[in-house]
Design a protein around this ligand. Structure first.
Ligand code: SF4
Ligand code: SF4
Length: 88
């Protein structure tokens, strides 16, 4: 019998398109193209997870310490950082 189910469309978003590259096993993703290096997320992270990379952008240098408190995501003025809650 012929399958009449509609084919699933491939969802294209920043992540599947490879625009966002996830740090492996990191609960925090920084979209560096949008990060202006203001340091707000670094200052507010209570766990010292984030620091500047060699280009002055935020980077999760201690992802294992993240408690997913959301401070970085909520305070970033450029929406450049995401806490990946589904990876709990
Ligand atoms: S708060 Fe946002 S723009 Fe500022 S350093 Fe962090 S990720 Fe970059
Ligand atoms: S979610 Fe909280 S602990 Fe994790 S990187 Fe952001 S501010 Fe730091």
């Amino acid at each position: 019998m012929e399958n009449t189910q509609p084919k699933k469309k491939k969802v294209i978003n920043a992540r599947t398109a490879g625009v966002i590259t996830k740090e492996k096993k990191s609960p925090v993703t920084v979209f560096k193209a949008w990060c202006k290096g203001c340091g707000i997320c670094i200052a507010f992270c209570p766990q010292g997870v984030l620091d500047f990379d060699e280009n002055g952008k935020s980077e999760p240098v201690h992802p294992e310490k993240c408690i997913q408190c959301m401070q970085c995501e909520l305070r970033c003025p450029d929406f450049a950082i995401t806490v990946n809650k589904e990876e709990e």
